[in-house]
Design a protein around this ligand. Structure first.
Ligand SMILES: Cc1ncc(COP(=O)(O)O)c(C=O)c1O
Length: 460
């Protein structure tokens, strides 16, 4: 069914910017915009619409702050590892909403929990208890400790996103520094090629110039080191350091794996100087590596004092969490930190459901097995295209394919042929599919990638 915007909607879409700039929006005009928008939504609802996505995108682009560059396609629905655009073209999704939809799209369990809870209670302010914030916190702590990760995990602060989870972690580390008796213990350390978020604190920990430069100055006190540079740790982390944040596997930075020996040395130094070690597992955690948490393969002496998670925790419903040891938790007092939406019963009940499934040992074993399958096939592809592929990195279903050239053309051609795939770092293809992806779908995606690489190899 074609999208037929109502007459009033067309008028509104055509006229709104000038009336907004004149500040002349009357009550009647606002009512007519709302009515038109609702009409447009109702008419867009059918799953087999054939409205002209290009037209709609062109009309609506002017209303959105231009923070993203997007191809001219519009996705309307998904199921498992597939997405469909408005022309009903089917795509295999190797992106999972950037490591978010681990249980796939439109998962029946997730949707029924959302529907049920939405009819009971969506939001309640944090001044009162609800049945799910505490229950999710208990589940996260008990399961984490039983999984062999973060042995001293004790309490959880629930928020709405990865940046916010890291923001809380940074503030908690600052508070630990504040009460240490050393008034200069405010320094923070993070690593080049890391990504911790876009809020001012988490951005200050993300030393990529293209992200920081437009918004400087950053929060004072941040220093940056090189991932896996053990020799540099002693200088980098000192008595005035209150916190160190690191991704056990850097996602955005190019799927760079922190070595065991580096993380062990980093924790040892943090202990020596009384700094809080934070593992940002927002992208690499929650089963993506085949362990519940990526750092679970580390010995206890390298476990963190704080760990952050978000992305897959809600399978698309926004939620984040900052997990702390008792030693950190006892420094935080009532009123120190807060959030309006964080911990609402809708998001926490969904996360409870998602976390229970992602922490299932059978699910985790399957991720490990499928990760091996994916990597083996990519290694073969590397042998086939030695002039294009330099290295395969990662663990489980977070895999980086280091190319010898800019991947933009490859990504666009994969998309044309029905495969969505991400980039990361410098010339890296990033594969983070739903964790429920099947063997057949992995083969299908790699076949598309292989076809594209074959054409590129022929051209070059
Ligand atoms: C490792 C890591 N930390 C933090 C963030 C920020 O999360 P959000 O975009 O939910 O604020 C991201 C997002 O990509 C991430 O990959």
């Amino acid at each position: 069914m074609a999208l037929r915007l109502s007459i009033s909607a067309r008028n509104v879409f055509g006229r709104l910017p000038s009336s907004v700039s004149r500040g002349a929006l009357t009550r009647t005009a606002i009512r007519s915009i709302n009515t038109a928008t609702q009409a447009a939504e109702v008419e867009r609802a059918p799953t087999s619409s054939h409205f002209n996505a290009k037209d709609v995108i062109a009309k609506e682009a002017g209303y959105m702050v231009a923070t993203y560059s997007r191809p001219e396609i519009m996705f309307e629905r998904g199921e498992g590892s597939y997405l469909w655009d408005t022309d009903q073209k089917k795509y295999l999704d190797f992106t999972a909403g950037i490591a978010v939809n681990s249980l796939g799209h439109a998962d029946k369990g997730v949707t029924s929990v959302i529907a049920d809870q939405a009819q009971k209670l969506i939001h309640l302010c944090n001044l009162y208890h609800n049945p799910w914030t505490g229950e999710l916190s208990r589940l996260i702590i008990d399961t984490t400790r039983a999984s062999g990760a973060m042995v001293d995990a004790s309490k959880v602060f629930i928020c709405n996103s990865g940046s916010e989870a890291n923001e809380a972690a940074i503030k908690f580390a600052r508070k630990v520094g504040k009460v240490s008796g050393n008034p200069d213990k405010t320094g923070f350390v993070s690593f080049h090629n890391s990504f911790h978020g876009r809020t001012m604190g988490s951005l200050s920990a993300t030393p990529t110039p293209k992200y920081q430069k437009p918004f400087g100055p950053m929060v004072p006190g941040f220093k940056y080191g090189q991932l896996n540079d053990i020799a540099g740790i002693a200088d980098l982390v000192n008595e005035n350091t209150c916190g160190v944040i690191v991704e056990p596997i850097q996602g955005e930075g190019g799927v760079n794996v922190a070595s065991k020996s580096f993380l062990i040395a980093l924790k040892k130094r943090c202990k020596e100087v009384g700094a809080v070690l934070i593992y940002d597992e927002i992208q690499c955690g929650l089963g993506r590596t085949g362990e519940l948490w990526a750092h679970a393969i580390l010995p206890v002496e390298a476990h963190p004092d704080i760990m952050t998670t978000a992305k897959a925790l809600g399978n698309g419903v926004p939620i984040g969490a900052t997990i702390v040891t008792e030693e950190v938790a006892e420094k935080i007092v009532i009123g120190d930190h807060g959030t309006t939406f964080g911990g609402n019963p809708l998001a926490t009940r969904v996360a409870h459901h998602v976390f229970s499934r992602l922490s299932d040992p059978e699910m985790l074993d399957e991720v490990k097995r499928k990760g091996e399958l994916l990597k083996d096939e990519l290694e073969e592809m590397k042998l086939k295209y030695p002039n294009l592929i330099e290295q395969i990195r990662g663990r489980g279903l977070i895999v980086g394919v280091q190319l010898k050239q800019d991947p933009a053309k490859i990504v666009a051609e994969c998309r044309n042929r029905g495969l969505l795939i991400l980039t990361a770092g410098t010339n890296t293809l990033r594969i983070v599919p739903p964790l429920v992806i099947t063997d057949e779908q992995i083969h299908q995606g790699l076949e598309i990638l292989d076809g594209v690489l074959a054409d590129v190899a022929e051209e070059t």
